[in-house]
Design a protein around this ligand. Sequence first.
Ligand code: B4P
Length: 182
Amino acid sequence: MKKRLLFLGPPGAGKGTQASRISTKYNLLHLSTGDLLRSEVKEGTELGKEAAILMDKGELVSDKLVLSIVEKKIISPNQGWLLDGFPRNLSQANSLESLLKKLSQPIELVLLLEVSDQLLIERLLARGRSDDNEETIANRLEIYREKTTPLIEHYSRLDLLHSINGDGGINQIEAAIEEILI
Ligand code: B4P
């Protein structure tokens, strides 16, 4: 089974939802940069204060800040891991690859969850997190297209990318992911 995984997809695609299920089921370390940043914000750390300003606008937090969080976490060579929402741009992808090279832990699979814009907007508005309002969602979708979609080609070229239709129900999508993993 593949156990060093990346989940890629637009905001609201269900990366967090599926990552949490799969990591629990297969005992993988679930690393969500969104969750880690939100916990820094909640604790009111200096890093959290800097991140909150950008997250509230739907902007990406600086690469340096995100990397400092991730580096502290990916260390266990024996447990597999699932990166959810990271990398978000080519610069983060390159930094991640250097780090994983040092650790001799190459990525085994990149899963892209594809969902129509209409459905993404509906899901996010229904979730209602503080950054789930129409203006911020529009900005997050634009940033996804501009900064994150180049990763699709990047990981295709490395022959690591698998796309999944994320429009269906949560159980159905989970089953489709498991078919690829095992
Ligand atoms: P994230 O926390 O990564 O959140 P997301 O992309 O909006 O959501 P996700 O795809 O995980 O959707 P979810 O499963 O929750 O990012 C938030 C912010 O953090 C970013 O805007 C950025 O500012 C910052 N950030 C994070 N990582 C960064 C990085 N690497 N670099 C820089 N900045 C970074 O699903 C959404 C909703 O849909 C939920 O309510 C869920 O219940 C529902 N849902 C999921 N699957 C469904 C399905 N199949 N059917 C119906 N509903 C479904």
